[in-house]
Design a protein around this ligand. Structure first.
Ligand SMILES: C[S@@+](CC[C@H](N)C(=O)[O-])C[C@H]1O[C@@H](n2cnc3c(N)ncnc32)[C@H](O)[C@@H]1O
Length: 194
């Protein structure tokens, strides 16, 4: 399933942790990749790139300066889902979204979501009609969309693998760390300061 996330209005420093967590949740819960708008943040991109190098998968991350252009381009080839507490309840619409074969873009907001997003979206979806966070909304949405199958997703090419334990931590090193290695499937390149 081709599934991407667009995070609107990133502000470095203020949003670095929450956007990083959003990207990690997107990757872990089965999204193919993500875009973010707002202010470009090489440090956040680097943290996600390092996770992809260590833990595998094909997750991509791309900064977009013009979110409208990204959403409109997506509407030509797929469907756009906006997560908002004001939308239709998740349980009512998720079967329709799941049945839709087109690629999907899931839009989540930050501090202030422009009204235009509500009009551009094919579905405005609420994960409860209570305020919480883009991270929790995305995780629950993806979990429902995949019907829990994402919980056993394998991330190919990983350097590290956890061997689940009832108590304690066990991590297997599958290959040595190589600082020059760019994960083969990732668009995430090491940030150059030049
Ligand atoms: C911290 S909220 C801020 C929302 C902001 N006050 C606004 O203008 O909509 C950031 C994002 O979390 C997501 N979110 C928060 N609560 C949600 C809910 N109950 N259902 C779906 N998404 C939610 C939305 O994507 C929202 O844009």
């Amino acid at each position: 399933m081709s599934l991407y996330v667009l995070r609107l209005g990133h502000r470095p420093h203020r949003d670095e942790r929450v956007t990083t967590h959003l990207m990690l949740a997107a990757r872990a819960f089965g999204a193919s990749g993500a875009y973010y708008s707002g202010v470009r943040d090489p440090s956040m991109e680097d943290s996600i790139r390092k996770v992809c190098e260590d833990w595998g998968g094909r997750f991509t991350l791309e900064y977009v300066s013009d979110w409208r252009r990204t959403v409109k381009a997506w509407k030509e080839r797929g469907k756009v889902i906006h997560l908002t507490m004001y939308g239709l309840p998740l349980t009512d619409v998720v079967p329709l979204i799941r049945a839709e074969p087109a690629p999907k873009l899931i839009v989540v907001g930050g501090a202030k979501v422009p009204g235009e997003v509500f009009k551009l979206a094919d579905w405005n979806v609420s994960v409860t009609s209570q305020p919480h966070s883009e991270v929790s909304a995305l995780a629950v949405f993806l979990h429902e969309l995949h019907e829990g199958k994402e919980l056993s997703l394998a991330h190919e090419g990983a350097r590290l693998r956890i061997v689940p334990q009832a108590k304690g931590k066990r991590v297997e090193n599958l290959r040595p760390k190589d600082p020059n290695r760019v994960f083969p499937h990732s668009k995430l390149k090491p940030h150059s300061s030049s």
